[in-house]
Design a protein around this ligand. Structure first.
Ligand SMILES: [Zn+2]
Length: 177
């Protein structure tokens, strides 16, 4: 072994980096120099490792958090001060869906809006912590029922944020409503 030869440490590191990146182990050239080895190491370090299986949350991981949350609309504070993002949780043909929505809030004015899996997950986490708080926030912002979007007229419903029909879906969670 010459002074310019790759060190055993470098060789081990190359094999380790290859393994982490899913590359096959190779016989390294016997005359691999220190300089060549460090160039290889640099290249390997720039090569992204494959995403380990199961490291990212499943696309619908947020649904597990929302199991006990009633269908309806929820307002959550957005990244901008005094702005809110609206989310819709609904059941359709026995399956539940959770989406960010935008629109005036009246009639069919709500449309699905883009969001990321990570965003859905953190919003679902917040809502699951106190569903009524975010449903009420929605109702307060728009003056409509947080479940069916009907206009709230009587003082009891307005104060509650949920209309007289829809409140039955909330009573299992909040018997006092
Ligand atoms: Zn309603």
């Amino acid at each position: 072994m010459y002074a310019s030869d790759a060190s055993p440490k470098q060789v081990d590191l190359i094999q380790k980096l290859r393994l982490e990146r899913g590359l096959p182990q190779t016989e390294l050239a016997i005359d691999l120099t220190k300089r060549e080895a460090s160039a290889m190491i640099e290249t390997l370090l720039r090569t992204p490792k494959p995403e380990p299986v199961g490291a990212r949350p499943a696309w619908d991981a947020h649904m597990a958090l929302l199991v006990n949350v009633p269908d309806g609309r929820y307002a959550v504070p957005s990244a901008e001060v005094d702005k809110y993002d609206f989310y819709r949780l609904r059941t359709w043909r026995g399956k539940r869906f959770f989406d960010r929505v935008v629109g005036s809030g009246y009639g069919n004015g709500f449309n699905r809006a883009s969001t990321t899996r990570q965003q859905k997950l953190s919003v679902a986490e917040a809502i699951a912590g106190d569903p009524y708080k975010f449903a009420k926030l929605f109702a307060d912002k728009l003056g409509i029922c947080a479940r069916c979007l009907a206009n709230l007229t009587d003082p009891v419903s307005t104060a509650r944020g949920i209309g007289p029909e829809c409140v039955k879906y909330w009573r299992p969670l909040h018997p006092g409503l």
